[in-house]
Design a protein around this ligand. Structure first.
Ligand SMILES: C[S@@+](CC[C@H](N)C(=O)[O-])C[C@H]1O[C@@H](n2cnc3c(N)ncnc32)[C@H](O)[C@@H]1O
Length: 310
């Protein structure tokens, strides 16, 4: 009996083999059941909703999954449960983001700010690092993101005339897949497209490999990740065929409610002025300009610029 009073963790199989007549054995069995239940609950909380089927279990990396479980539990302890808890968490995150933005070092050029990097290489390294941190979250939301991109593109009237579309900063290529679903020829480039990406090539939108006038349209939602705005706009102008379209989905400015986060490299005070800047740099006309509303946390505006016909 005494041996069991100082209970050491035993493999579950051993615990179940202890004869039930011993009271310490009963404690062991009960504890074993409780631990097993806790484990099942933790695994349930830790596995994101779309992955609850067996389909993509092979993609779950156990280490981030455990980290997510711990993070969720600590969030519940900190903010509480339900919508009120989620609201408290959002407000807290927003406050921290604002404090961070105000404490970081940004260069100011009129109403546009650019993050201070030690060098261009430091910018490339910083931007390339994001994917590894959020890959698991992107897999959870890929169906929703695909539907979102499809909706953005279906609402863009001018896009229907474009055969080929190049997507800048396309990461895993969700926007490229959405364009394929709408019968466009599309390809993306990104500093870090991850491994075995069939839709996105490694590439930097400051120096694009394709020839002059080779695409009908260019799409991006990452103007806030640009290092050198003039260079990027010159590349966009060079690649578009005469009369081609530049479609930019833009976040709000930092005076309009958007607080730049950890990976923003460029940002603007207000969207109207930024659109005017893009128009001047590209020498473009404006074809369409519409609010596309809130998508996840942020509010977006979609602007279609047109390069002058030959
Ligand atoms: C916020 S993510 C957006 C990804 C994708 N468009 C989406 O909505 O899912 C920004 C992306 O821009 C890429 N990026 C940043 N700077 C870049 C550059 N100079 N050239 C190409 N891609 C870049 C990053 O690697 C990252 O994948």
């Amino acid at each position: 009996m005494h041996r069991h009073t100082n209970l050491q963790p035993l493999p579950l199989t051993k615990r179940h083999s202890v004869p039930p007549e011993s009271s310490s054995a009963r404690i062991l069995v009960t504890r074993g059941q409780v631990y097993a239940k806790i484990l099942i609950i933790l695994l349930y909380i830790g596995s994101p909703l779309p992955l609850k089927s067996q389909v993509r279990l092979s993609e779950i990396n156990p280490v981030p999954s455990l980290q997510r479980v711990i993070k969720r539990i600590s969030n519940i302890l900190k903010y509480g449960l339900g919508e009120a808890g989620r609201e408290r968490k959002r407000a807290d995150k927003e406050r921290l983001r604002q404090e961070k933005f105000e404490s970081e070092r940004w260069n100011k050029d009129g109403d546009i700010v650019t993050r201070q990097y030690a060098s261009y290489e430091a910018y490339v390294e910083h931007q390339s690092a994001k994917l590894d941190q959020i890959a698991h979250r992107l897999r959870e939301t890929e169906d929703e993101d695909f539907a979102d991109f499809k909706d953005r593109f279906q609402g863009c009237k001018a896009l229907s005339e474009a055969g080929s579309v190049l997507c800048l900063g396309a990461r895993l290529g969700t926007e490229v897949r959405a364009l394929h679903a709408l019968n466009h020829f599309a390809i993306g480039i990104d500093l870090n497209p991850g491994e075995n990406n069939l839709h996105v090539l490694p590439g930097d939108f400051h120096h694009i490999a394709f020839p002059d006038g080779s695409v009908d349209a260019i799409y991006t939602n990452v103007m806030d990740h640009v290092f050198d705005l003039e260079k990027v706009m010159a590349e966009i102008n060079r690649l578009l065929r005469p009369g081609g379209l530049f479609i930019a989905d833009l976040l709000q400015g930092f005076d309009e409610g958007f607080v730049p986060g950890e990976y923003e490299a460029t940002h603007w005070r207000n969207t109207d002025e930024f659109i005017e800047r893009l128009r001047n740099l590209g020498g473009f006309g404006i074809e369409e300009d519409r609010n596309i509303g809130q998508r996840r946390r942020d509010t977006w505006r979609q602007v279609v610029f047109r390069k002058a016909p030959a």
